[in-house]
Design a binder for this molecule. Structure first.
Ligand code: HEC
Ligand code: HEC
Length: 447
């Protein structure tokens, strides 16, 4: 019996090994779009453009939802190129503010030009680069960055990459192309654009969803309610476009008063970054609407990272800063009142956004695991991203005691995905197990 079993096992292993060998020798993707995306992925995570050592992935890492926050930053080694201002003498002044970077995840941006580095700059959080297909287009042209004018030139995603290299990759403050960095080529810009547009959702959810949690379900009603939450005017279907009743207006800018919040953390820490004037030079005080499906796991919130929790970000709309802002007043004029939310309502809306985020993490996790093609991904960023997504689904639910019954399948999914990541011969099996566990978790959240 024993030899027979071993023999059966050996035969099975040999068969699997043969299959794996066949897979390993499979050529890279022949679909031109897939090849372009794969090339963009390599550039995004590996290309330093002959600069100070940073890559796009330095600030937009795959395993942290393409953004960085203080906790993520605290785990990096001191030699990480994010910290060039701390160890490259030429970048010690007027390039970053290491204190604000480490405490609040803030990055220095010279949005109004490089003429007066000591005084003309703003400190902004790093937005994720997910679901860009849903959050950049507007009738007035593409809107990128927190103020919608982050990119030089035409404001497109393509131009944004060039702007990012000049801003963040330089070896010295002289910023001379060909000396301090090299500019991306047209082919590289095409690949970067294709890769970024491949990340995350390609469309907004269609609300309302048949949610199973009573609290999240109520939050969804309040979110959509044109007399109470009023969120859907500017964040249609929890995305980044506006609709005041006359049709979808695409991605819009508003002055919602974030810059007027009292007790903003950098100020409490004794720093006085200049006021951020938003879109244009000089700015008009407006900021670009971000999508909310991705919000729960990409805090801190707003362009200046001034609010650490999702619940507090929702509560912002009940406050003076919003209701006295140009956008708040316009909304009150159009609907008869400002936004008023009590604690249970704030919590319900935040819970709704948490469940939406968990559902998106599950969707993305399944998509990534099903596509996990190790051939062209030496950094295993697809696996890292998928495992990160499952971890986020767990965290955003657990933080607000939502859906405890979904946690066990999610934990299983994460364990199986890690085994798939490490497996040589049994990858397909563990991928399948992980996907099945994710589907089980999803069934707990939505009908
Ligand atoms: C040092 C950190 C850092 C690096 C490196 C970096 N970024 Fe960013 N990124 C940011 C910050 C901060 C913003 C917000 C800028 C603004 O509001 O204008 C941003 C915004 C973006 C956006 C706008 C997203 C949106 O929703 O509108 C895109 C796209 C982007 N970055 C792509 C890139 C690419 C491509 C690279 C590499 C060429 C790169 N970034 C390198 C910090 C960084
Ligand atoms: C008048 C348009 C408008 C309305 C109404 C509105 N928002 Fe916003 N929202 C914005 C803009 C613009 C930003 C970016 C502001 C900034 O960073 O300065 C934003 C940012 C956010 C963020 C931060 C996202 C992130 O990634 O940092 C959250 C969360 C949010 N809104 C939730 C809501 C909720 C919940 C409601 C309803 C109670 C709501 N919003 C109503 C325009 C609006």
């Amino acid at each position: 019996m024993r030899t027979q079993a071993m023999c059966g096992r050996a035969a099975m292993l040999a068969a699997i090994a043969a299959l794996v060998a066949a897979c390993e020798t499979m050529p890279p993707p022949t679909d031109p779009q897939a090849a372009l995306i794969a090339k963009g992925r390599r550039i995004f995570f590996n290309e330093t453009f002959a600069g100070n050592g940073r890559t796009c992935g330095t600030c937009h890492p795959a395993d942290n939802n393409f953004t960085i926050d203080a906790a993520f930053i605290a785990r990096l080694p001191a030699s990480d190129p994010l910290f060039v201002a701390e160890f490259v003498p030429a970048l010690a002044k007027n390039f970053e503010n290491p204190r604000l970077m480490r405490a609040f995840g803030l990055i220095l941006e010279n949005l109004d030009g490089f003429d007066d580095l000591a005084n003309r700059f703003v400190m902004r959080g790093v937005p994720h680069t997910l679901a860009l297909r849903t959050s950049v287009a507007s009738p007035a042209g593409p809107r990128t960055g927190w103020s919608g004018d982050g990119a030089p030139g035409d404001g497109s995603l393509r131009s944004f990459a060039t702007g990012a290299v000049i801003q963040h990759f330089t070896k010295t403050l002289a910023r001379v192309p060909g000396v301090d960095f090299r500019l991306p080529t047209d082919e590289e810009l095409d690949a970067l654009e294709a890769f970024q547009l491949s990340l995350g959702r390609k469309e907004d959810p269609k609300l309302p969803l048949p949610l199973k949690s009573a609290v999240a379900k109520r939050g969804q009603e309040l979110f959509l309610d044109r007399k109470v939450g009023k969120c859907n005017f500017c964040h249609v279907n929890a995305g980044a476009s506006a609709d005041f009743g006359g049709g979808n207006l695409g991605n819009q800018n508003f002055d919602t008063g974030v810059e007027n919040l009292p007790d903003r953390p950098p100020r409490l820490a004794g720093e006085k970054p200049p006021r951020d004037d938003g879109f244009g030079t000089p700015g008009d005080g407006t900021f670009n609407t971000p999508p909310l499906v991705e919000a729960a796991d990409t805090g801190p919130f707003f362009h200046d990272n001034s609010v650490a929790t999702l619940e507090a970000a929702v509560a912002f709309y009940d406050g003076e800063s919003f209701n006295n802002s140009p956008a708040g007043k316009a909304l009150a004029g159009a609907t008869g009142s400002g936004i008023k939310l009590d604690a249970t309502q704030t919590q319900a809306i935040a819970s709704f956004l948490r469940v939406l985020n968990a559902l998106e993490n599950i969707r993305s996790g399944i998509e990534l695991l099903e596509s996990a093609a190790p051939h062209d991904d030496p950094t295993q960023s697809v696996f890292k991203q998928a495992i990160g997504d499952v971890g986020d689904a767990i965290r955003v639910l657990r933080e607000a005691d939502l859906h405890p019954e979904a946690l066990a399948p999610l934990e299983n999914a994460r364990r199986f995905a890690r085994r798939a990541q490490q497996a040589l011969f049994t990858r397909a099996y563990w991928l399948q197990q992980a996907v099945a566990a994710l589907k089980q978790a999803r069934a707990a959240l939505v009908e």
